[in-house]
Design a protein around this ligand. Sequence first.
Ligand code: MRU
Length: 353
Amino acid sequence: MSFPEVDVVPTVAWEDGTVVMIDQRRLPHEQVFVRCRDHHEVGAAIQDMVIRGAPAIGVAAALGLALGVRNSSSESTTLRAEWDDMCAVLAASRPTAVNLFWAIERMRRRFESQVATGGEPLRTALLDEALAIQAEDVAACRRMGDLGAELLPAAARVLTHCNAGALATAGYGTALGVVRSAAREGRLEQVFADETRPYLQGARLTAWELQQDHIPVTVITDNMAGHLMARGEVNAVIVGSDRIAANGDVANKIGTYTVAVLAKEHGIPFFVVAPVSTFDLSTPTGADIPIEERPAAEVTHLAGRPITPMGVAVRHPAFDVTPHRYVTAIVCERGVARPPYTESLRALADRAP
Ligand code: MRU
Protein backbone atom coordinates (compact mmCIF):
# COMPACT_ATOMS: atom_id res chain seq x y z
CA MET A 1 0.00 0.00 0.00
CA SER A 2 1.61 3.31 -0.98
CA PHE A 3 0.92 5.60 1.96
CA PRO A 4 3.21 8.63 2.05
CA GLU A 5 6.33 8.44 4.22
CA VAL A 6 5.17 9.62 7.63
CA ASP A 7 5.71 8.25 11.09
CA VAL A 8 2.05 8.46 12.05
CA VAL A 9 -1.21 6.76 11.10
CA PRO A 10 -2.09 6.52 7.40
CA THR A 11 -5.12 8.53 6.27
CA VAL A 12 -5.64 7.82 2.57
CA ALA A 13 -3.73 5.98 -0.14
CA TRP A 14 -3.85 4.91 -3.75
CA GLU A 15 -3.60 1.14 -4.08
CA ASP A 16 -4.00 -1.00 -7.17
CA GLY A 17 -6.43 1.35 -8.90
CA THR A 18 -8.50 2.00 -5.76
CA VAL A 19 -8.54 4.65 -3.01
CA VAL A 20 -8.07 3.20 0.47
CA MET A 21 -8.90 5.09 3.68
CA ILE A 22 -8.79 4.31 7.35
CA ASP A 23 -12.42 4.44 8.53
CA GLN A 24 -12.36 7.36 10.98
CA ARG A 25 -15.90 6.57 12.15
CA ARG A 26 -14.60 3.37 13.76
CA LEU A 27 -11.62 4.88 15.56
CA PRO A 28 -10.27 4.63 18.21
CA HIS A 29 -11.46 1.10 18.92
CA GLU A 30 -11.19 -0.48 15.49
CA GLN A 31 -8.71 0.03 12.67
CA VAL A 32 -10.71 -0.81 9.58
CA PHE A 33 -9.92 0.26 6.02
CA VAL A 34 -12.48 1.24 3.38
CA ARG A 35 -11.64 0.63 -0.28
CA CYS A 36 -13.33 2.98 -2.80
CA ARG A 37 -13.59 1.59 -6.32
CA ASP A 38 -15.07 4.62 -8.06
CA HIS A 39 -15.49 8.36 -7.55
CA HIS A 40 -19.05 7.92 -6.25
CA GLU A 41 -17.69 5.80 -3.42
CA VAL A 42 -15.06 8.45 -2.66
CA GLY A 43 -17.75 11.17 -2.58
CA ALA A 44 -19.88 9.04 -0.24
CA ALA A 45 -16.87 8.34 2.01
CA ILE A 46 -16.29 12.09 2.39
CA GLN A 47 -19.97 12.80 3.01
CA ASP A 48 -20.27 9.96 5.56
CA MET A 49 -17.11 11.02 7.45
CA VAL A 50 -15.07 7.90 6.67
CA ILE A 51 -12.46 10.56 5.92
CA ARG A 52 -12.72 14.09 7.29
CA GLY A 53 -10.55 17.13 7.95
CA ALA A 54 -10.07 19.84 5.34
CA PRO A 55 -6.74 18.85 3.72
CA ALA A 56 -7.57 15.13 3.86
CA ILE A 57 -10.83 15.53 1.98
CA GLY A 58 -9.01 17.61 -0.65
CA VAL A 59 -6.53 14.78 -1.18
CA ALA A 60 -9.35 12.20 -1.24
CA ALA A 61 -11.26 14.20 -3.86
CA ALA A 62 -8.15 14.49 -6.05
CA LEU A 63 -7.57 10.72 -5.85
CA GLY A 64 -11.30 10.21 -6.52
CA LEU A 65 -11.03 12.17 -9.76
CA ALA A 66 -7.95 10.20 -10.81
CA LEU A 67 -9.99 7.07 -10.10
CA GLY A 68 -13.00 8.32 -12.07
CA VAL A 69 -10.92 8.95 -15.19
CA ARG A 70 -9.13 5.61 -14.81
CA ASN A 71 -12.49 3.84 -14.76
CA SER A 72 -13.78 5.57 -17.88
CA SER A 73 -13.30 4.14 -21.36
CA SER A 74 -14.59 7.33 -23.05
CA GLU A 75 -12.47 9.60 -25.20
CA SER A 76 -12.39 13.42 -25.38
CA THR A 77 -15.96 14.83 -25.88
CA THR A 78 -17.84 12.20 -23.90
CA LEU A 79 -15.06 12.12 -21.32
CA ARG A 80 -15.38 15.87 -20.75
CA ALA A 81 -19.07 15.50 -19.88
CA GLU A 82 -18.21 12.61 -17.57
CA TRP A 83 -15.43 14.66 -16.00
CA ASP A 84 -17.80 17.53 -15.20
CA ASP A 85 -20.11 15.05 -13.55
CA MET A 86 -17.25 13.54 -11.49
CA CYS A 87 -16.24 17.01 -10.28
CA ALA A 88 -19.86 17.78 -9.39
CA VAL A 89 -20.23 14.55 -7.42
CA LEU A 90 -17.14 15.25 -5.33
CA ALA A 91 -17.91 18.97 -4.91
CA ALA A 92 -21.34 18.07 -3.50
CA SER A 93 -19.86 15.95 -0.69
CA ARG A 94 -19.24 18.68 1.92
CA PRO A 95 -19.58 22.48 1.61
CA THR A 96 -17.33 24.23 4.15
CA ALA A 97 -13.73 23.06 3.69
CA VAL A 98 -12.36 25.00 0.75
CA ASN A 99 -9.48 22.53 0.30
CA LEU A 100 -12.00 20.24 -1.41
CA PHE A 101 -12.81 22.83 -4.08
CA TRP A 102 -9.16 23.88 -4.33
CA ALA A 103 -8.13 20.28 -5.08
CA ILE A 104 -10.92 19.80 -7.64
CA GLU A 105 -9.87 23.03 -9.37
CA ARG A 106 -6.21 21.98 -9.47
CA MET A 107 -7.20 18.60 -10.95
CA ARG A 108 -9.41 20.38 -13.47
CA ARG A 109 -6.45 22.49 -14.65
CA ARG A 110 -4.39 19.32 -15.16
CA PHE A 111 -7.31 17.67 -16.97
CA GLU A 112 -7.67 20.64 -19.33
CA SER A 113 -3.96 20.70 -20.13
CA GLN A 114 -3.90 16.98 -20.91
CA VAL A 115 -7.36 16.06 -22.21
CA ALA A 116 -6.36 16.32 -25.86
CA THR A 117 -3.87 13.46 -25.46
CA GLY A 118 -6.50 11.27 -23.78
CA GLY A 119 -5.98 7.60 -22.92
CA GLU A 120 -3.16 6.40 -20.69
CA PRO A 121 -1.16 9.68 -20.68
CA LEU A 122 -4.23 11.51 -19.30
CA ARG A 123 -4.87 8.84 -16.69
CA THR A 124 -1.22 8.92 -15.61
CA ALA A 125 -1.15 12.74 -15.49
CA LEU A 126 -4.21 12.90 -13.24
CA LEU A 127 -2.88 10.27 -10.85
CA ASP A 128 0.47 12.10 -10.74
CA GLU A 129 -1.33 15.34 -9.89
CA ALA A 130 -3.36 13.74 -7.11
CA LEU A 131 -0.27 12.08 -5.63
CA ALA A 132 1.56 15.42 -5.83
CA ILE A 133 -1.27 17.09 -3.88
CA GLN A 134 -0.93 14.35 -1.27
CA ALA A 135 2.87 14.61 -1.00
CA GLU A 136 2.78 18.42 -0.90
CA ASP A 137 0.29 18.31 1.94
CA VAL A 138 2.60 16.21 4.09
CA ALA A 139 5.51 18.56 3.32
CA ALA A 140 3.35 21.61 4.13
CA CYS A 141 2.31 20.08 7.46
CA ARG A 142 5.91 19.39 8.44
CA ARG A 143 6.91 22.95 7.56
CA MET A 144 3.94 24.43 9.47
CA GLY A 145 4.77 22.22 12.40
CA ASP A 146 8.28 23.63 12.64
CA LEU A 147 7.18 27.25 12.08
CA GLY A 148 4.37 26.96 14.62
CA ALA A 149 6.50 25.30 17.30
CA GLU A 150 8.71 28.41 17.37
CA LEU A 151 5.72 30.49 18.47
CA LEU A 152 4.98 28.40 21.55
CA PRO A 153 6.08 29.09 25.11
CA ALA A 154 9.00 26.97 26.39
CA ALA A 155 6.81 24.57 28.40
CA ALA A 156 3.72 24.56 26.19
CA ARG A 157 0.36 23.49 27.62
CA VAL A 158 -1.72 23.48 24.48
CA LEU A 159 -5.48 23.32 24.12
CA THR A 160 -6.76 22.05 20.77
CA HIS A 161 -10.25 21.58 19.37
CA CYS A 162 -11.47 18.88 16.96
CA ASN A 163 -8.84 16.85 15.13
CA ALA A 164 -6.36 18.76 13.02
CA GLY A 165 -3.88 15.92 12.99
CA ALA A 166 -2.43 13.30 10.68
CA LEU A 167 -5.94 11.92 10.23
CA ALA A 168 -7.22 15.29 8.98
CA THR A 169 -4.38 15.71 6.46
CA ALA A 170 -2.23 13.50 4.25
CA GLY A 171 0.02 13.08 7.31
CA TYR A 172 1.60 14.84 10.34
CA GLY A 173 -1.26 17.32 10.80
CA THR A 174 -1.66 21.08 11.01
CA ALA A 175 -2.38 21.98 14.66
CA LEU A 176 -1.09 18.57 15.73
CA GLY A 177 1.89 19.01 13.40
CA VAL A 178 2.88 21.95 15.61
CA VAL A 179 2.33 19.75 18.66
CA ARG A 180 4.50 17.01 17.14
CA SER A 181 7.30 19.43 16.26
CA ALA A 182 7.14 21.03 19.72
CA ALA A 183 7.26 17.58 21.36
CA ARG A 184 10.31 16.66 19.28
CA GLU A 185 12.01 19.89 20.38
CA GLY A 186 11.22 19.20 24.04
CA ARG A 187 8.92 22.23 24.34
CA LEU A 188 5.64 20.43 24.93
CA GLU A 189 4.39 19.74 28.41
CA GLN A 190 0.76 18.81 27.80
CA VAL A 191 -2.02 18.76 25.22
CA PHE A 192 -5.62 19.24 26.29
CA ALA A 193 -7.97 17.79 23.68
CA ASP A 194 -11.51 19.18 23.73
CA GLU A 195 -13.78 16.20 23.18
CA THR A 196 -15.54 18.24 20.44
CA ARG A 197 -19.25 17.55 20.66
CA PRO A 198 -21.17 16.30 18.83
CA TYR A 199 -18.93 14.18 16.60
CA LEU A 200 -16.17 13.73 19.20
CA GLN A 201 -13.20 14.16 16.87
CA GLY A 202 -11.12 15.32 19.85
CA ALA A 203 -12.03 12.49 22.20
CA ARG A 204 -11.82 9.78 19.55
CA LEU A 205 -9.22 10.92 17.02
CA THR A 206 -6.91 13.52 18.58
CA ALA A 207 -6.57 11.48 21.77
CA TRP A 208 -5.86 8.29 19.78
CA GLU A 209 -3.36 9.91 17.44
CA LEU A 210 -1.36 11.56 20.20
CA GLN A 211 -1.42 8.45 22.35
CA GLN A 212 0.03 6.49 19.41
CA ASP A 213 2.85 9.03 19.27
CA HIS A 214 3.39 8.97 23.07
CA ILE A 215 2.57 12.67 23.33
CA PRO A 216 0.99 13.60 26.69
CA VAL A 217 -2.71 14.20 26.02
CA THR A 218 -5.60 14.82 28.39
CA VAL A 219 -9.18 14.77 27.14
CA ILE A 220 -11.60 17.36 28.53
CA THR A 221 -15.24 17.99 27.70
CA ASP A 222 -15.76 21.22 25.76
CA ASN A 223 -17.28 23.02 28.74
CA MET A 224 -14.11 22.53 30.83
CA ALA A 225 -11.87 24.75 28.70
CA GLY A 226 -12.70 28.03 30.47
CA HIS A 227 -12.10 26.49 33.88
CA LEU A 228 -8.62 25.25 32.90
CA MET A 229 -7.75 28.59 31.34
CA ALA A 230 -8.86 30.49 34.44
CA ARG A 231 -6.57 28.30 36.54
CA GLY A 232 -3.56 28.99 34.31
CA GLU A 233 -3.35 25.43 33.00
CA VAL A 234 -3.37 26.39 29.31
CA ASN A 235 -0.78 28.73 27.77
CA ALA A 236 -1.58 28.36 24.05
CA VAL A 237 -4.52 27.37 21.86
CA ILE A 238 -3.79 25.78 18.47
CA VAL A 239 -6.48 24.83 15.96
CA GLY A 240 -6.76 24.00 12.28
CA SER A 241 -9.19 25.53 9.81
CA ASP A 242 -11.57 24.61 7.02
CA ARG A 243 -11.58 27.98 5.30
CA ILE A 244 -9.93 31.32 5.97
CA ALA A 245 -11.56 34.42 4.49
CA ALA A 246 -9.59 37.35 3.06
CA ASN A 247 -9.94 39.36 6.29
CA GLY A 248 -8.58 36.51 8.45
CA ASP A 249 -11.92 35.23 9.75
CA VAL A 250 -11.50 31.50 10.35
CA ALA A 251 -14.07 28.74 9.84
CA ASN A 252 -13.35 25.66 11.91
CA LYS A 253 -15.17 22.96 13.87
CA ILE A 254 -18.18 24.13 15.85
CA GLY A 255 -17.01 25.35 19.25
CA THR A 256 -13.79 26.93 18.02
CA TYR A 257 -15.28 30.42 18.33
CA THR A 258 -16.12 29.80 21.99
CA VAL A 259 -12.55 28.69 22.67
CA ALA A 260 -11.16 31.78 20.90
CA VAL A 261 -13.27 34.16 22.97
CA LEU A 262 -12.20 32.39 26.16
CA ALA A 263 -8.55 32.56 25.10
CA LYS A 264 -8.76 36.32 24.54
CA GLU A 265 -10.42 36.83 27.93
CA HIS A 266 -7.54 34.98 29.59
CA GLY A 267 -4.74 36.56 27.54
CA ILE A 268 -3.82 33.21 25.91
CA PRO A 269 -2.51 33.26 22.32
CA PHE A 270 -4.86 31.67 19.78
CA PHE A 271 -2.98 30.20 16.78
CA VAL A 272 -4.54 28.89 13.57
CA VAL A 273 -2.45 26.47 11.50
CA ALA A 274 -3.56 25.81 7.92
CA PRO A 275 -1.97 25.39 4.48
CA VAL A 276 -2.43 27.99 1.74
CA SER A 277 -4.99 25.61 0.18
CA THR A 278 -7.27 26.59 3.10
CA PHE A 279 -7.11 30.31 2.20
CA ASP A 280 -10.16 31.56 0.33
CA LEU A 281 -9.23 35.10 -0.55
CA SER A 282 -12.19 35.40 -2.91
CA THR A 283 -14.44 35.28 0.15
CA PRO A 284 -14.20 38.68 1.85
CA THR A 285 -15.32 37.79 5.38
CA GLY A 286 -16.39 34.82 7.47
CA ALA A 287 -20.03 35.81 7.02
CA ASP A 288 -19.75 34.60 3.41
CA ILE A 289 -18.46 31.11 4.29
CA PRO A 290 -21.06 28.32 3.78
CA ILE A 291 -21.61 26.46 7.04
CA GLU A 292 -22.55 22.81 6.78
CA GLU A 293 -25.59 21.66 8.75
CA ARG A 294 -25.25 17.97 9.57
CA PRO A 295 -27.90 15.40 10.53
CA ALA A 296 -29.73 15.90 13.83
CA ALA A 297 -29.03 12.29 14.78
CA GLU A 298 -25.37 13.20 15.39
CA VAL A 299 -26.62 15.46 18.21
CA THR A 300 -29.53 13.40 19.51
CA HIS A 301 -27.60 10.12 19.66
CA LEU A 302 -24.34 9.06 21.28
CA ALA A 303 -22.75 5.86 19.98
CA GLY A 304 -26.09 4.95 18.43
CA ARG A 305 -28.16 5.50 21.61
CA PRO A 306 -30.67 8.35 21.94
CA ILE A 307 -29.82 10.96 24.60
CA THR A 308 -32.62 13.48 23.96
CA PRO A 309 -36.42 13.19 24.03
CA MET A 310 -37.83 11.79 20.80
CA GLY A 311 -38.87 14.48 18.34
CA VAL A 312 -37.13 17.41 20.08
CA ALA A 313 -35.98 20.26 17.83
CA VAL A 314 -32.22 20.19 17.14
CA ARG A 315 -29.67 22.43 15.44
CA HIS A 316 -26.42 21.07 14.11
CA PRO A 317 -24.14 23.60 12.44
CA ALA A 318 -20.90 21.64 12.00
CA PHE A 319 -18.62 24.70 11.86
CA ASP A 320 -18.42 28.23 13.22
CA VAL A 321 -16.51 31.36 12.30
CA THR A 322 -13.93 32.93 14.61
CA PRO A 323 -13.62 36.65 13.82
CA HIS A 324 -10.05 37.66 12.97
CA ARG A 325 -9.76 39.91 16.04
CA TYR A 326 -9.43 36.78 18.19
CA VAL A 327 -6.65 35.26 16.07
CA THR A 328 -3.09 35.91 17.28
CA ALA A 329 -1.41 34.49 14.16
CA ILE A 330 -2.09 32.20 11.20
CA VAL A 331 0.68 29.74 10.37
CA CYS A 332 0.90 28.36 6.83
CA GLU A 333 3.70 26.55 5.01
CA ARG A 334 5.02 29.83 3.59
CA GLY A 335 5.28 31.72 6.86
CA VAL A 336 3.32 33.32 9.69
CA ALA A 337 0.56 35.85 9.03
CA ARG A 338 -0.18 38.52 11.65
CA PRO A 339 -2.82 41.26 11.62
CA PRO A 340 -3.82 43.04 9.48
CA TYR A 341 -4.70 39.77 7.76
CA THR A 342 -6.08 41.36 4.61
CA GLU A 343 -2.47 42.26 3.79
CA SER A 344 -0.50 39.42 5.37
CA LEU A 345 -2.62 36.58 3.92
CA ARG A 346 -2.44 38.08 0.43
CA ALA A 347 1.35 38.44 0.70
CA LEU A 348 1.74 34.78 1.71
CA ALA A 349 -0.68 33.57 -0.98
CA ASP A 350 1.32 35.47 -3.61
CA ARG A 351 4.70 34.23 -2.32
CA ALA A 352 6.30 31.46 -4.40
CA PRO A 353 5.86 28.00 -2.75
O1 MRU B 1 -16.13 17.84 10.36
P1 MRU B 1 -14.66 17.62 10.27
O2 MRU B 1 -14.18 16.55 11.19
O3 MRU B 1 -14.20 17.40 8.85
O4 MRU B 1 -14.02 18.98 10.76
C1 MRU B 1 -12.62 19.09 10.77
C2 MRU B 1 -12.14 20.36 11.34
O5 MRU B 1 -12.89 21.25 11.68
C3 MRU B 1 -10.65 20.55 11.40
O6 MRU B 1 -10.28 21.32 12.49
C4 MRU B 1 -10.20 21.27 10.11
O7 MRU B 1 -10.65 20.55 8.99
C5 MRU B 1 -8.75 21.42 10.02
S1 MRU B 1 -7.95 19.86 9.77
C6 MRU B 1 -6.31 20.06 9.50
